[in-house]
Design a protein around this ligand. Structure first.
Ligand code: HEM
Length: 158
């Protein structure tokens, strides 16, 4: 029962997080446009900031927290989970990147904002699809995929 509730919370939160990671680059790019620098830009900047701080970031915290809880409740310590965690780490880096971009918009104008937004969106969609494939397919990943140091227990301190 606990696992079912945790999974419900996990899936609801990660849907909001993934959606946010996909739409934020487009909105951040829009707010950097000089023709939106006046009144419209101020509203858009407030909206993007509020989305990031009040929706997307809390959703990320809840998705990761419930995922961590599920990890122990379901004892899902398998190869696919460790690859999934690496992909989630990359999603966290994108999240932090968006936070920095929101903070510096107006001060730092990217050289090719449209290209940057498209690349970020493609990277996000690729990562989300990879994580979904790992979580839903639970592929049986062989131990040999992992480097030697990751398969051996750490030697005891002398
Ligand atoms: C630190 C982050 C995360 C951790 C520790 C985590 C961990 C877990 C665990 C332990 C489960 C239960 C697996 C099972 O029932 O056997 C699960 C389910 C799931 N996770 Fe995550 N997860 C994380 C982030 C994500 C993200 C970012 C996504 C999607 C982009 C995602 C997608 C899913 C899906 C779709 C399921 C349901 C799988 C099923 O019912 O078969 N997770 N997660």
């Amino acid at each position: 029962m606990t696992a079912a509730w945790l999974k419900l919370i996990h899936v609801a939160a990660l849907s909001a997080w993934c959606a946010g990671l996909i739409f934020l680059p487009g909105l951040i790019r829009r707010q950097a446009r000089p023709d939106l620098a006046e009144e419209g830009g101020v509203h858009l900047r407030g909206f993007v900031r509020a989305c990031y701080l009040m929706v997307v970031s809390p959703a990320a915290v809840i998705a990761i927290g419930s995922g961590m809880a599920l990890l122990f409740v379901r004892e899902a310590f398998a190869g696919w989970m460790f690859v999934k965690l690496a992909a989630v780490g990359a999603m966290v880096m994108l999240h932090v990147h968006h936070g920095r971009a929101i903070r510096t918009t107006g001060r730092r104008v990217p050289r090719a904002p449209a290209l940057e937004a498209i690349l970020l969106q493609l990277a996000t969609v690729g990562l989300v699809l990879a994580v979904l494939w790992l979580a839903l397919g639970k592929p049986d990943l062989d131990d040999s995929l992992f480097p030697d140091w990751a398969r051996r227990p750490r030697p005891a301190a002398a």
